[in-house]
Design a protein around this ligand. Structure first.
Ligand code: ARG
Length: 568
């Protein structure tokens, strides 16, 4: 049940002219349980009711005797505080979690409406770097959150697989390429010859012309050019898929930039027909100075199309194909201007759905000590990063729990989980400095910490299995402060998921998981479960609470892309 709505209903009848919806918005969960389980800050009503907040709060305290959900109420400093009946609260919340299992917290807000989410979107023949990792992790989390709330997420990997750079790569390959080296070293080798192209072109500028000519051939579907390009894509995707497999992400569409090749002409026509396209020194662009933005370049002097051209085309295609409720783009904050321009161009084309497009920007990641950074400053190779995280976790397991059965599997779940969680532990727009010690700390605010709470809970359930005299537990017995603390955290999961969606902010879930794990650990410290002197009915109720905690920990972790090993 939804306690905010319930209390709003109960109080609305006592406050003339105040709507239930408004009350439900204002009711809070006090951070400190001494101030109740629910609280209405009455200063919000002061103006409308022309009464002092404390007076309003006091007017609400009568008539709660006999209400089975309420233990007591109070009016303090303008707040109306409600202390729920502990037994009823625990019975309701834990009962609901156990009954709904992993569906607990899910809702049908979206009613199947579609949300294309453009995320990850690395560039072919270039390293998949830590910025792409953040996009993958944030986008992947949003994907699952929207689905959990009844939307139909569409994961789109808008691969950077088109553009003049492919002309250069073809020339480079034809000059210095070696099939075996590319097969063996993949992207690294492609990048090597690409860099060589630039070095050589400095002294042999005619290479640039050749490159342009090859890209034109590619655009026209030339067989040789297409074959090479396909191969570069294939080689790159193979490497990207290694990351995606490790991270557990999937996409519904790999329609990258090249996908729009034969749709761009029509879009350019449309821009022209709508008088939006202007010529500037041979190039075509959409001027945006009225909106304080530089122009969006659509066609280069040499006739080539650009990133912008493909994004405008892709947006129109997505609207047509998915009839979206919202179109989401997840990239680093460095591309904010690009998306502002894009959304403006769509708006100027007369599409009112421009306002349904959102950019979800995120900050930079740097490595503490920058040990892993490769030659060029802060470029972090992601595969190295993930492999290293797994290795380090393996060492920790070796030290802490050498008897563990499936060490490899757990090292992967925890090592990769640590990286993902670290990426999501702060507001996404914040820059983060990655520190190994912090990310892998089992005691800190980390993925491993949450996973460990889950594993600990599972171990209790395993040990209990042997001697369980399990009958239907009396959940009403869970009235201890630490039991109630955990109940409160379980209850709030549903709201946190909605907040994460509204704010497009998966860190709301990761921070919630820290609170939940802490509440669980406190309960674990304060309430013995399997000790011989614990009465059977208390033990049963506590085990049910442990079970409920494992359920919500698992679904919360799953939403942000972490697995929940049962042993670690
Ligand atoms: N490939 C781009 C990059 O690596 C990201 C693409 C983001 N999506 C988009 N529709 N522009 O920076």
């Amino acid at each position: 049940m939804n306690y905010k709505e319930w209390l709003a209903g109960q109080t609305a009848t006592r406050l003339e002219g105040v709507s239930e919806e408004a009350l439900a918005e204002w009711i809070e969960y006090p951070p400190n349980p001494q101030m109740g389980d629910l609280s209405l800050p009455c200063f919000k009503l002061s103006k409308q009711l022309r009464k002092a907040p404390q007076q309003i709060a006091e007017s609400l305290v009568q008539g709660w005797e006999g209400n089975p959900l309420v233990e007591r109420v109070e009016a303090v400093s303008g707040y109306f505080n409600v202390f729920l009946n502990k037994s009823a609260y625990a019975t309701e919340v834990v009962g609901e979690v156990l009954a709904q299992g992993e569906r607990f917290g899910s809702q049908n807000i979206g009613q199947g409406r579609s949300i294309p989410i453009d995320y990850s979107s690395p560039n072919i023949a270039k390293t998949f770097h830590i910025g792409h990792l953040r996009s993958t992790v944030i986008g992947g989390a949003l994907y699952r959150i929207f689905n959990f709330l009844g939307y139909k997420s569409v994961g789109i990997n808008h691969l950077g697989d088109w553009g003049t750079q492919f002309g250069k790569l073809i020339v480079a390959y034809k000059l210095w390429g070696d099939k075996d080296a590319v097969e063996a070293d993949g992207i690294a080798e492609l990048q090597r010859i690409y860099v060589k192209f630039h070095d050589e072109a400095d002294v042999r500028p005619e290479l640039e012309d050749e490159a342009r000519a090859w890209f034109v051939k590619l655009e026209q579907g030339d067989e040789e050019a297409t074959k090479l390009w396909r191969w570069f894509v294939e080689i790159s995707l193979k490497e990207f898929h290694k990351m995606y497999d490790l991270l557990g992400v999937k996409f519904d569409s790999y329609a990258g930039e090249s996908f729009y090749n034969d749709q761009m002409a029509a879009v350019l026509e449309e821009l022209k027909a709508k008088s939006l396209l202007e010529e500037d020194g041979g190039a075509l662009l959409v001027k945006l100075e009225d909106y304080n933005m530089p122009p969006a370049l659509m066609v280069k002097k040499d006739g080539g199309t650009l990133y912008h051209t493909r994004d405008v085309t892709a947006a129109i295609y997505r609207k047509k194909t998915y009839d979206f409720e919202k179109a989401v783009y997840v990239t680093d904050a460095g591309q904010s201007l690009h998306f502002q321009q894009l959304f403006k161009v769509i708006e100027l084309m007369g599409y009112d759905w421009a306002k349904q497009m959102v950019h979800v920007p995120f900050g930079k990641v740097s490595l503490e000590g920058a040990k892993l950074s490769t030659r060029k400053g802060n470029v972090i190779n992601l595969e190295e990063l993930l492999t290293k995280a797994i290795e380090k976790t393996r060492e920790i397991i070796e030290e802490k729990n050498p008897e563990l059965e499936n060490k490899e599997e757990v090292a992967r779940q925890v090592g990769v989980g640590a990286i993902i969680f670290n990426d999501l532990s702060n507001n996404r727009v914040k820059d983060i400095v990655f520190s190994w010690d912090e990310a892998l700390n089992f005691e800190g605010e980390t993925g491993p910490y949450v996973q460990y709470a889950h594993a600990r809970a599972c171990s209790i359930l395993r040990r209990a299995e042997a001697d369980a005299s399990v009958s239907t537990p009396d959940l009403g017995l869970l009235t201890d402060p630490s039991e109630q603390g955990l109940v409160r955290e379980l209850y709030i999961f549903r709201e946190r998921v909605v907040q994460a969606m509204d704010k497009l902010e998966p860190s709301i879930i990761s921070r919630y998981l820290i609170d939940l794990a802490q509440a669980f650990n406190r309960f674990y410290r304060e309430c013995p479960i399997l000790k011989s002197d614990v009465p059977a009915d208390v033990k049963n109720a506590r085990l049910a609470l442990v079970k409920a905690a494992t359920i919500v920990l698992t679904s919360g972790l799953a939403l942000i892309g972490l697995e929940a090993p049962e042993k670690m």
